[in-house]
Design a protein around this ligand. Structure first.
Ligand code: SF4
Length: 190
């Protein structure tokens, strides 16, 4: 059973830099230029990652520091894989007959600039417990589904008890044979 109080099922993000002004001059010589990007697509660089970034153009930094190219990209849709059109519930993407992506968390420990779902950071800060239940019910009645990918956001941002509840519920569905967890936590916030 998913707790009805949203704050009870997700781990709050740790201390993070969310404004270009908070970056040192070495990493961000012109924070004003990055603010419009961070306003549209929120930034989050957590306290584990920050000491690992050494220059704005190093490969790791480029994953997390807003890039003006994000606003110049006029060809890519906000939903580049048209996932919304393939969502029978707000948290399920059903593109292939036997496989679904289940967006169990809308939180991430860091915001990757390349994220194909960075629209979610704009639309919601947390998943809705009622939507989680609705999505579990969809998977339960869709007997052709044999693979469920937990994604988001990052599933490992959930409290352990919530993640266990979701996995336990899915394990009880005899048609679901494969469970996968898509996460960057081991790298961005170990
Ligand atoms: S951790 Fe995953 S969902 Fe979150 S911003 Fe990075 S790529 Fe996107």
């Amino acid at each position: 059973m998913i707790p009805s109080d949203k704050t009870q099922y997700i781990v709050p993000p740790n201390e993070s830099i969310t404004d270009p002004d908070q970056l040192c001059a070495k990493l961000c010589p012109n924070p004003e230029a990055l603010k419009p990007i961070a306003d549209l697509f929120p930034m989050r660089i957590n306290s584990h990652l920050l000491p690992l970034l050494h220059a704005p153009d190093d490969p790791l930094a480029r994953q997390f520091i807003p890039d003006p190219e994000e606003l110049r990209d006029t060809r890519t849709d906000i939903d580049p894989l048209a996932e919304a059109k393939q969502s029978p519930t707000p948290l399920v993407i059903h593109r292939y007959p036997k496989r679904v992506v289940f967006l169990v968390s809308m939180q991430c420990a860091a915001h990757c600039r390349f994220c194909m779902r960075k629209r979610n950071a704009i639309m919601a800060t947390q998943s809705d417990p009622a939507a989680l239940e609705q999505s579990l019910a969809y998977i339960q009645r869709s007997r052709q589904i044999n693979e469920v990918i937990l994604s988001g956001g990052d599933p490992l941002m959930l409290r352990d008890t919530t993640l266990l509840d979701i996995l336990t519920t899915l394990r009880k569905m005899s048609h679901v044979r494969i469970l996968r967890i898509h996460t960057r936590i081991p790298i961005v916030w170990p």
